[in-house]
Ligand binder design. Structure first.
Ligand code: SF4
Ligand code: SF4
Length: 436
């Protein structure tokens, strides 16, 4: 238990770190032209320049934390469009995160966030059990269709009743496999740790299957550490610095125990957390640097390491475009690799869409807490997908898949949102390269 003095010190650190960033701001306003939230809502407090000013006033003591301040701090997608385009090199999203951590450190987490982050996510089994119960309920009792009366209960849990949810898995992705998965034939080229992320584990289990099937088929040994927990991404984004630190430290210590050659991740936000954000929580060391540089997004890893022969890949007759998740393109600098993989698949007609790298509005829990704005932002994405005339929008982030698919259904549009790695596994199955 931390003393009041320690809590105060931690809060001060967050403000000092925020100050290091916002002091660089020249107030030029260039961020206004790229911020998706500002584009929809037009409020200066929601754009990076306004948030920097807000943070400056808080640090100088001229502004108290009011509901208006909290509202402004929560209106950010952490999409990094502002930092990618800032001439002064400011990272406003880090100012936002520090302010969120500052507010929570001072005011506490509150009952629901403490329950979800410090109990359900931290202990893991409660969130796994909850997902299975929801999965059974979705299928057996109510279904998940648009005419479902249970939708009227969604607002009680903070969800819009319009929302389409993906079906939760009845069996977690991690439970489908043993901890150690040997290469299919011959000696292992590398020993790879697989960080599944909560969405892969509890919702998109076909992604877990695709990753394991592809890697073991190409003679990699795949280790799925049983005790892995959430990467900390939703926890840190919702203001819980200490909760995120506990999760990062746990996963770092756990993966260290396996003597891995690399760690792969199939979620852009988890990848960014394990490569970069972890450094905000764990003290610098050679072990930490080595760990971070051993983490690869699955698209990056496959594109770099697997040389597919023509006969390995079966034909898939789809028109496909690609949506760049923010935490992939700006968070990790990955954009060519998933496109390279898609273009290798015979039969795929790859078509770029307009503004492929603009945020889709999902931003983790933002599309739950700020659904109407998230949908307004996503309407541009849906229009660009429709204009590209495709069957599939491929991407590499679970919340992008979830949010884009939701809004495509709202528009009664036929395109499907899928992971690149799933499409690649389908092609390998079509050629008989993967037998399962
Ligand atoms: S954050 Fe960067 S782009 Fe925005 S006003 Fe400040 S200096 Fe200009
Ligand atoms: S991270 Fe994105 S949403 Fe947040 S202030 Fe910057 S541009 Fe706007």
């Amino acid at each position: 238990m931390k003393t009041q003095n320690q809590i105060q010190q931690q809060a001060e650190i967050h403000l000092l770190e925020a100050a290091k960033e916002f002091q660089k701001c020249m107030q030029c306003g260039k961020c206004r032209s790229v911020c998706p939230v500002f584009k929809e809502l037009g409020n200066e407090l929601y754009v990076a320049r306004g948030k920097n000013k807000l943070a400056e006033k808080i640090v100088s003591g001229d502004l108290q934390i009011t509901d208006r301040v909290k509202d402004a701090v929560n209106e950010c997608l952490n999409c990094k469009a502002c930092s990618a385009n800032c001439p002064a090199g400011v990272s406003p999203e880090h100012v936002v995160l520090r302010l969120r951590w500052y507010i929570t450190t001072r005011e506490g987490l509150g009952f629901f966030k403490a329950l979800i982050f410090r109990q359900m996510i931290w202990r893991k089994w409660p969130i796994t059990l909850a997902a299975v119960i929801i999965g059974i309920t979705q299928r057996a009792l109510f279904g998940i269709g648009p005419k479902n009366p249970v939708r009227y209960l969604f607002p009680l849990f903070g969800f819009s009743k319009r929302r389409f949810f993906p079906a939760m898995a009845l069996r977690s992705g991690q439970s489908l496999y043993p901890e150690t998965n040997p290469p299919r034939k011959g000696p292992a080229k590398m020993r790879i740790g697989y960080f599944t992320g909560c969405a892969g584990n509890l919702i998109y289990t076909n992604v877990v299957k695709s990753v394991v099937d592809i890697l073991t088929c190409y003679n990699y040994e795949v280790i799925i550490p049983e005790n892995q927990k959430c990467s900390g991404t939703p926890v840190l984004a919702n203001g819980d610095y200490e909760g995120a630190r506990m999760l990062m430290q746990h996963n770092f210590d756990l993966f260290q125990q396996y003597e891995l050659d690399a760690v792969v991740v199939a979620c852009s936000s988890c990848g960014m957390a394990l490569k970069k954000e972890i450094k905000l929580f764990i003290a610098d060391s050679s072990e930490l640097r080595e760990f971070c540089s051993s983490v690869f997004d699955i698209n990056e890893f496959i594109d770099k390491n697997i040389d597919f022969k023509d006969e390995d890949l079966g034909k898939l007759p789809y028109r496909v475009t690609y949506h760049d998740p923010c935490h992939m393109v700006r968070g990790q600098g990955i954009s060519a690799e998933p496109r390279n993989l898609l273009k290798k698949i015979p039969g795929i007609d790859f078509r770029e869409m307009k503004d492929a790298d603009v945020c889709c509005g999902s931003a983790g829990s933002y599309c739950i807490t700020h659904y109407d704005t998230a949908i307004k932002i996503n309407n541009h994405k849906v229009k660009n997908i429709q204009d590209a005339s495709v069957d599939i929008v491929a991407t590499a982030c679970p919340t992008c898949v979830m949010h884009i698919q939701d809004n495509l259904l709202q528009h009664e549009s036929q395109e499907k949102a899928r992971y690149v790695v799933e499409i690649l596994a389908d092609s390998l199955r079509a050629a008989g390269t993967i037998q399962t």
